[in-house]
Ligand binder design. Structure first.
Ligand code: MLT
Length: 264
């Protein structure tokens, strides 16, 4: 799949695209990139156009400005700009983990442009004090050891035991994806995640079809928390995926894609 680059007013943004028809934006996790969505992009559901951007500072989308100025709202503006650039007025949005934080920022900014929502392995609440301390420690880590230090720390939390057994190559693929990101983009995302607002009050106002997906072995955003998230959204469907941990779309692509279609 040939990556494309959109020359946005805010700066170049790389994205992957597959299929044609109704659009769905696929927003990746921290600290990955659009390639996280390869399983879905390789087999787009008939009638759907899948667009997966590298969020600012990840993959082939260059970092702009100071890392401390990054925010979920800023990533959301980039995605809306990309939609406009591609002549996409409205779209469904699927966000996994940090991608879910961006999806919620998009909803807060302009819910009228969002026709369906997939929130996977994510949460609406802000970071706790303990989590904020963890972000600061990871900022120090990425500045000291670069993205490979972050990969080493994150990898054991992202993939589950079933993946290790059934897809032994997946850990290396994810490690390479993380190591392909520059430290500045990773640092920027850590600032943005640490300082992101609580979006809980937004949940009862969501009116588009919504699916909340979670790997049953997810220890970062556990199933109980994802289920509670779904229960705050009117009419939302909750789907727990066996054999997946935090990166459910990569670990169990078929089950994930089947769930994703419920919001499309
Ligand atoms: C992610 O997968 O995007 C991150 O684990 C999210 C987070 O650290 O809050």
């Amino acid at each position: 799949m040939v990556p494309k680059t959109a020359a946005l007013a805010s700066g170049p943004l790389r994205y992957l695209e597959a299929g044609s028809g109704r659009p769905i934006l696929l927003l990746h996790a921290f600290p990955l990139a659009a390639d996280q969505w390869q399983p879905q992009l390789l087999s787009p559901p008939p009638g759907w156009r899948l667009v997966a951007p590298d969020l600012r500072g990840f993959g082939g989308s260059p970092t702009l400005g100071r890392p401390a100025d990054a925010s979920m709202d800023r990533y959301a503006v980039d995605v809306f700009e990309l939609m406009t650039h591609l002549d996409i007025g409205e779209a469904a949005v699927a966000g996994l983990s940090m991608g879910g934080y961006v999806a919620l920022a998009m909803l807060a900014a302009d819910a009228g442009r969002i026709t369906g929502l997939v929130l996977a392995d994510t949460r609406a609440t802000a970071d706790t004090e303990e989590a904020r301390g963890g972000r600061d420690r990871m900022i120090a880590l990425v500045n000291r050891d670069g993205s490979s230090g972050v990969a080493e720390q994150m990898l054991p939390k992202l993939l589950g035991e079933t993946s290790a057994r059934q897809q032994p190559n997946l850990a290396l693929i994810v490690q390479r994806m993380i190591e392909g990101n520059g430290p500045a983009g990773i640092e920027a995302a850590l600032h943005a995640m640490r300082d992101r607002p609580d979006r809980s009050l937004l949940l009862p106002t969501i009116t588009c079809p919504t699916v909340v997906i979670c790997g049953t072995d997810d220890r970062v955003t556990p199933p109980g928390e994802c289920k509670a998230l779904s229960q705050s959204i009117p009419g939302a469907v909750f789907l727990a995926i066996d054999g997946a941990a935090h990166l459910s779309n990569l670990e169990q692509p078929e089950a994930f894609s089947a769930g994703m279609k419920l919001a499309m």
